[in-house]
Design a protein around this ligand. Structure first.
Ligand SMILES: [Zn+2]
Ligand SMILES: [Zn+2]
Length: 232
């Protein structure tokens, strides 16, 4: 494994602890990428940058404002935002920092209101989808389907009956949100944990009475995006 000594903290570290800078260069009319590994490790570079930023905040803001005056930069920024924005946002949403910010927001009154509205919108959308199905599921059909699964979750095969609830949750194999219908061919009983983790994905339910291990060649269902974690 390649190592390198950091000139700031004098520690010998693995090469992956140093960042890699790639620069587009042109020499004799040919463009190439120059790779440069700085002499300080990532941690030291970060510390230096943070220290510098904290003492030069005003100057940096002024620089940003000045830069924003340039129409060429503004145009580039718009394009960059449109191209890379969703990707950058998706990366940020996976970070622990975002989770902390979210939790703090949902604890406030405004955040609670947001959640409430979101769930109400969701419920209204579901209601419309159920009402507009051609042959909506009848209670009798649902009872028959539930009975055929003999108390076992359609995805993980474990009993759905827990201390908290005796009934299974009704799951739409193709979620209503992505065009699934509220009909007898699209609902299965499953345990609450499965329904919660499934979300808007499509999983292959097992055939009633058949254990999960022998689940092969289920071609009547539309192509599943993903199977239950325990089936893989
Ligand atoms: Zn260092
Ligand atoms: Zn389950």
């Amino acid at each position: 494994m390649e190592t390198k000594q950091c000139v700031t903290c004098y520690e010998v570290k693995d090469i992956t602890s140093f960042c890699v800078r790639r620069r587009h260069r042109v020499r004799h009319g040919e463009s190439y990428i120059q790779i440069n590994i700085p002499n300080s490790c990532k941690a030291c570079e970060h510390a230096k940058r943070t220290a510098f930023n904290s003492t030069h905040r005003e100057a940096q803001r002024a620089y940003g404002r000045q830069r924003w005056q340039d129409p060429a930069y503004r145009a580039w920024s718009k394009i960059h935002q449109a191209e890379k924005g969703p990707e950058i946002q998706a990366r940020y949403r996976k970070t622990e920092k975002h989770q902390v910010v979210l939790r703090r927001y949902f604890a406030t009154e405004k955040g609670q209101q947001y959640l409430h509205n979101k769930w109400r919108r969701h419920a209204e959308k579901r209601k419309i989808q159920i009402e507009t199905s051609v042959h909506p599921l009848t209670p009798r059909e649902w009872r028959i389907i539930v009975r055929s699964f003999r108390g076992l979750c359609a995805y993980c095969g474990k009993p759905w009956r827990t201390k908290r609830s005796r009934k299974p949750s009704m799951d739409h194999v193709i979620p209503l949100g992505v065009g699934g219908e509220h009909t007898k061919n699209n609902v299965v009983p499953c345990c609450w944990p499965c329904n919660r983790t499934k979300g808007v994905e499509t999983w292959v339910p097992r055939v009633p009475g058949v254990p999960i291990v022998s689940l092969t060649g289920l071609t009547t269902l539309p192509d599943p995006q993903r199977q239950h974690p325990e089936q893989r």
